[in-house]
Design a protein around this ligand. Structure first.
Ligand code: NAD
Ligand code: ZN
Length: 343
């Protein structure tokens, strides 16, 4: 079968690989959709990656094609999503439900398909049966991004939920794949006023359609604009789905006292954090969180919102053969919402 793979650092290409065989506790999935995440670009640009080669694609939906030895409770043909964070399931953190912070991987990445194991930019993918979630009536292609572009912002919002009351302002910086879902999740599950920030006018218009009450271009005036719109106090929560120096600076400049900065973007920027009192440093009481993925319960909650039409991924479908062009389009910031590759 054809698979789009990271064959070396900085190198992705199609390769012919054998159709995999599911081992004990695994299933073979016929891929329905593989979402293309900005993390795939980070992986491609990274100076080191393990393992190589590796098939890319961590937003996975498909139908069960074959059950490996010992797998029960699932049927061939059943449509499923694959939960992203393949924790050990045995440590205290996994037992608490936080497989996305599994203790086995120490300070490294909790692996998953396309993030340590072969992913879904192929005709077939192997998944551990323990991480399958039934799709029920969701469209298999449109639902694939729920596993990350839905899950990660849901988890980010959940962490900050106590601060997201109707008097709060929530800034969402970067309203692309994850951010356009964050806007909808905030609108559907909190009473906070959502302020969207992006470099791109069309992304901001899209965010407004999805529930952002204010949109702010990401320029030199952005912080002043947000402070002005919040009576000088700033936002109770700032979600940064970019993570570069200018967006982290914006977060530091616009977070309210006792507010929470939630940095999900992996842009390798540095948050300026001089440890002194105002003016200059962060306001008193401000906190910083760096979330990864989400829990399995979060995925169920995301799917429930999607099933009831409260959130919807804006999907642009492309055949798998267009993967290189789609990667370029994402890099150029020209994907509205999420691209999903279909084999
Ligand atoms: P995307 O490319 O779909 O969206 C990024 C958006 O940010 C685009 O709309 C772009 O116009 C905007 N943007 C870029 N620079 C900006 C700036 N300076 N100011 C304001 N907006 C700006 O990307 P995505 O797939 O949504 O991923 C977003 C980030 O989240 C990536 O860094 C990705 O690796 C990361 N990510 C993290 C996790 C996690 O668990 N922490 C999970 C998935 C993705
Ligand atoms: Zn991702």
């Amino acid at each position: 079968m054809k698979a789009y793979r990271l064959t070396d650092v900085h190198t992705a290409r199609f390769e012919d690989v054998d159709q995999p065989t599911p081992g004990v506790g695994e299933v073979l999935l016929k891929v329905a959709g593989a979402g293309v995440c900005h993390s795939d670009l980070h992986i491609l640009h990274a100076d080191a990656w393990q393992p190589l080669p590796m098939t890319i694609g961590h937003e996975v939906s498909g139908r069960i094609a074959e059950l490996g030895p010992g797998v029960t409770g699932w049927d061939v043909g059943e449509p499923v999503l694959v939960y992203l964070c393949w924790g050990c399931g045995q440590c205290h953190t996994c037992a608490s439900g936080y497989e996305n912070y599994c203790e086995v991987y120490k300070r490294g990445i909790v692996p998953g398909p396309g993030l340590g194991y072969d992913g879904a930019m192929a005709e077939y993918v192997i998944a551990k049966a323990r991480f399958l979630v039934p799709l029920v009536d969701l469209d298999p292609v449109d639902a694939a991004p729920l596993t990350d572009a839905g899950l990660t912002p849901y988890h980010a919002v959940d962490i900050a939920r106590p601060k997201l009351v109707p008097t709060s302002n929530a800034v969402v910086v970067g309203v692309g794949g994850l951010g356009h879902m964050a806007v909808q999740i905030l609108a559907a599950t909190t009473g906070a006023r959502v302020i969207a920030v992006d470099l791109d006018e069309s992304k901001l218009r899209h965010a407004a359609e999805l529930g952002a009450e204010l949109t702010v271009p990401s320029d030199e005036q952005a912080a002043a604009h947000i402070l002005d719109a919040t009576d000088g106090r700033g936002a109770e929560v700032v979600f940064d789905f970019v993570g570069v120096a200018p967006t982290l600076r914006l977060a530091a400049d616009t977070i309210a006292p006792f507010g929470q900065i939630v940095v999900a973007g992996l842009g390798r920027g540095t948050l300026p954090f001089p440890a002194d009192g105002p003016p200059g440093g962060l306001p008193w009481g401000a906190g910083i969180v760096k979330p990864y993925g989400g829990t399995r319960a979060d995925l169920h909650e995301v799917m429930s919102l999607a099933r009831r039409g409260r959130i919807k991924v804006t999907v642009e479908r492309h055949p798998l053969s267009e993967a290189p062009a789609v990667f370029e389009k994402l890099e150029a910031g020209r994907i509205p919402g999420r691209a999903v590759l279909t084999p």
